[in-house]
Design a protein around this ligand. Sequence first.
Ligand SMILES: Nc1ncnc2c1ncn2[C@@H]1O[C@H](COP(=O)(O)OP(=O)(O)O)[C@@H](O)[C@H]1O
Ligand SMILES: [Mg+2]
Length: 362
Amino acid sequence: MIITRAQLNGFRSYEACEIAPCEGVNVLLGDNGQGKTNVLEALYLCCTGRSHRTRQDRDLIRWGADFARVEVDARRRDGSHRVEIVLPALGRRRLKIAGQEVSRSGELMGHVTGVLFSPEDLRTVKDGPAERRRFVDMALSQIKPAYYYALQRYNRALKQRGEALRAAAASPSMLATLDAWDEQLAAAGAELMAHRRAYVAQLSKTAAETHRDISDGREALEIRYLPCVSMGDDARSILDALFAAREDDVRRGVTSAGPHRDDVQILVEGRDVRAFGSQGQQRTAALAMRLSELEVMRDEIGEWPMLMLDDVMSELDPGRRRQLVGRLAGIQTFITCTDEDDLAGAEPGRAWRVENGALREL
Ligand SMILES: Nc1ncnc2c1ncn2[C@@H]1O[C@H](COP(=O)(O)OP(=O)(O)O)[C@@H](O)[C@H]1O
Ligand SMILES: [Mg+2]
């Protein structure tokens, strides 16, 4: 998949800008705070419907503007795809696919596909389970719309069950209302767990190979799915777990069991890299995970998604940088950096200077 054109209006620091990227390496060069990441953020938004930096649409709207708009044209093997997202300062966001307004947010998935690697990815390895769930959720949503819809159903039911729990705490006669939410959570939850288990297995297999390459064959990486409900992935097991936790849940006002509490464990040489890994090992594991996400996505969709590398070159040692650059053949790539030397031999097909929220092609 290749992005052939991207247009930003009122997005972050950009009043208006348009780029026509090349099929190979595209470089955004500029000092800090000039607007490089903002461009990648706009592209990522068109892949996932979300920013990687904020959950609030209003953060993406240029200060003082009425709306932000991003339009991306992509070319895939099956033809051309156009995605347009409008985020108004007031009211709901609007989504157009091929010029037609669509009402379900999941319809965005699978038109523009991409993987973003940024310095914050270290958090996937270092932080709590929520970051790793987000990794899996974003990756799976892009390749499996069914997963995205199951996730939506699950999150809605989870919210409703939370309200029902708090209502039941106030008046025990409300306890019966929990049954309906438990059923819905169990059904959607079982779908999520099945997809997650299969995806993590695929990711782990690919990541082991990738990691062996980028750590010069010295270390073994393994990624394991750690489901919160360990009796089984079927709806029955989740339902049982929800029921067993019901009394506690009413007291605490939150749902304690289910895939919203899942984790993914990342092991280097059999040890949890989160607790025992050096900074260097964690960084290499994070890179291996993103590169594997890219490969699994290619296997699933049958062509390479695009790759965005945000300020990551300067954080890698020369060996890892060369490894990374060596893998870019045939993949449309967007690289941001402050210094041309960071490119480590990657041949830019197109390059822009980013200054003060404006792009100038070099
Ligand atoms: N909603 C917004 N409206 C206008 N400017 C914004 C908005 N959000 C961020 N900015 C500006 O964008 C710049 C940061 O852009 P960013 O792409 O993160 O920089 P970098 O080149 O370091 O990646 C800052 O100057 C910030 O003030
Ligand atoms: Mg940046």
